[in-house]
Design a protein around this ligand. Structure first.
Ligand code: LAC
Length: 230
């Protein structure tokens, strides 16, 4: 089935989640933080995802901004960096995470080729609006879909169902693109065609679904969606 719609995960796929801590670590006077920023960033991301999964299982939903703050508090505690000023700076930077360099041209190519484009993310509508605006990619996106419309996080199937509801397209016309192995696996189980963007060179997750395609970054998305690059 030809692809009509390309749907992207947001955090880690379009937007660089490590940029907040990495950029702050470069500032003068934050040498203590600079020594541990990678641990902070990694704990922050891992706890953010764990909390989202646990809250989905226990049906104890709060939005992704709350989960992001809770995860950062844990990450700062475990690395002995708990400090309100640092917390505020990191949260502020999370609001305007940069897109990976290949993102704007890749999305523009998809649009020029007549494909529909969207984000499908755990992020709250306001978080996603902030990231999309600061990256300047709003004009090349047809929709920004948030799990808040279902009140549960990925990988609950109802979240993937938002795509069909919004675009009225069958699952197998959708190319779903995620850098999160668990998200790629779950989207494949749901019935989307899936590209896993394995930026970190990780092994494939041992989960029931398997992405049909794997790439190192997003530059090959137009080809994988059936467009000839030129
Ligand atoms: C998202 C998280 C999973 O954007 O990265 O949905």
């Amino acid at each position: 089935m030809p692809i009509s719609t390309c749907v992207f995960d947001a955090y880690g796929t379009l937007f660089d989640v490590n940029a907040a801590a990495r950029n702050l670590a470069e500032e003068d006077g934050l040498e203590g933080f600079a020594a541990v920023w990678q641990q902070v960033s990694s704990h922050w991301r891992n706890k953010q995802l764990q909390y989202s999964w646990i809250r989905a299982i226990t049906r104890d939903h709060v939005d992704f901004w709350q989960v992001t703050q809770d995860a950062l508090d844990w990450a700062l505690d475990v690395t002995d960096q708990a400090n309100p000023a640092l917390r505020d700076r990191l949260l502020g930077l999370y609001w305007t995470l940069p897109a990976y360099p290949e993102v704007p041209e890749m999305l523009a190519t998809l649009k020029a080729g007549g494909l529909q484009t969207a984000i499908l993310s755990n992020g709250s509508p306001r978080m996603l609006e902030g990231a999309v605006d600061s990256a300047g990619i709003g004009p090349v996106l047809d929709a920004v879909l948030s799990v808040e419309d279902e009140g549960i996080f990925k990988p609950d199937a109802r979240v993937y169902g938002l795509v069909g509801r919004h675009f009225d397209v069958p699952k197998n016309e959708v190319l779903f693109v995620s850098s999160n192995g668990w998200d790629a696996a779950s989207a494949a189980s749901y019935g989307f065609q899936v590209l896993w963007v394995n930026r970190a060179g990780e092994p494939m997750d041992r989960l029931p679904g398997q992405p049909g395609q794997v790439a190192e970054d997003l530059t090959s998305v137009p080809e994988m969606a059936g467009l000839v690059r030129g």
